[in-house]
Design a protein. Structure first.
Lengths: 112, 114
C-alpha cells in the first residue's frame, strides 16, 4: 500500500504557484520522497526527489518539513500544460533498488 | 528524442487468448520495469530487470504472466489465457545506472479483454 496521503484534486490559476501537499507520517529515516506526474494518456514523468533538505530543479521545488512527516511540491508558475495527476511516493533509498509504489495522487487542474 | 517505446499501443483480445507486448527502453538504460495501471488508479509495479536478469517480481505477476529481456535490451511481457480482469494499461519504464532513481516511462499499451 502507498505510504502517502494526498488530496484527490486541486485547482490552480494559470501563472500562480501550485502547492501540492503530501502527508507521509510513517516515513522511515532511509526513505526518500519522490514526485512523479502523469499527464492524460501519457506515462508518468519524474519530477524531483529528496531526503530531508529542500530540493529545486528546473521543474519544481520540494519542501520537506523538519520532522519529515509531510512535504509540498511547488510548481512556481503553473501553466495549462501542468494539468496532470501528481503522485507523491515514499521509497527506500535513492539507488532504484525498490519499486515505486504509486497511490491515487492529486489531480491538478490549471485554469486559465 | 528517442524515449521509451511500446508496441502495440492498443490491443483488443478475446478472453482466453494469449497476448505479447514489447518495450524498447532508452539506449544504454540497463534497468527496465513493467507496471500495470487500471482506470483511476496509480501504476502498480509488476517486475524489473537489470540487464537480462529479472531481479524482482510482484505478487501481482501471476503464473499467467511472463516477462523476458533476453539480450538486455528490449523486453516482452506475455499474458497467457487472458481474463477480463487483465484489462489495463501496461507501462514500461527504464533507468540508467548513473540515475536509477529516475525512471522514464513509455506511453503504455492499453489492453482490452472482451
Amino acid at each position: 500500500d502507498a505510504k502517502t496521503t494526498q488530496p484527490p484534486s486541486m485547482d490552480c490559476a494559470e501563472g500562480r504557484a501550485a502547492n501540492l501537499p503530501c502527508n507521509h507520517s510513517t516515513i522511515s529515516g532511509n526513505e526518500y520522497v519522490y514526485w512523479y506526474r502523469q499527464i492524460h494518456s501519457q506515462g508518468p514523468q519524474y519530477i524531483i526527489h529528496g531526503l530531508k533538505n529542500n530540493e529545486t530543479n528546473e521543474m519544481a521545488s520540494l519542501i520537506i518539513t523538519e520532522d519529515r512527516k509531510s512535504s509540498t511540491l511547488i510548481l512556481p508558475h503553473a501553466t495549462l500544460r501542468d494539468t496532470a495527476v501528481y503522485y507523491c511516493i515514499v521509497r527506500v533509498g535513492d539507488s532504484g533498488n525498490t519499486p515505486l509504489v504509486f497511490g491515487k495522487g492529486t489531480r491538478l487542474s490549471v485554469i486559465a | 528524442d528517442t524515449g521509451v517505446s511500446q508496441d502495440p499501443r492498443h490491443k483488443i483480445t478475446k478472453r482466453g487468448q494469449n497476448v505479447t507486448f514489447r518495450c524498447d527502453p532508452i539506449s544504454e538504460h540497463n534497468r527496465l520495469y513493467w507496471y500495470r495501471q487500471t482506470l483511476g488508479q496509480g501504476p502498480e509495479f509488476l517486475t524489473y530487470f537489470q540487464n537480462e536478469a529479472q531481479l524482482e517480481k510482484s505478487r501481482l505477476l501471476s503464473d499467467r504472466f511472463s516477462a523476458e529481456r533476453p539480450k538486455g535490451s528490449f523486453s516482452t511481457l506475455e499474458i497467457q489465457r487472458t481474463e477480463q480482469g487483465d484489462s489495463a494499461m501496461y507501462l514500461c519504464a527504464s533507468s540508467h545506472k548513473d540515475r536509477y532513481n529516475e525512471q522514464f516511462f513509455g506511453p503504455g499499451t492499453r489492453l482490452t479483454v472482451l
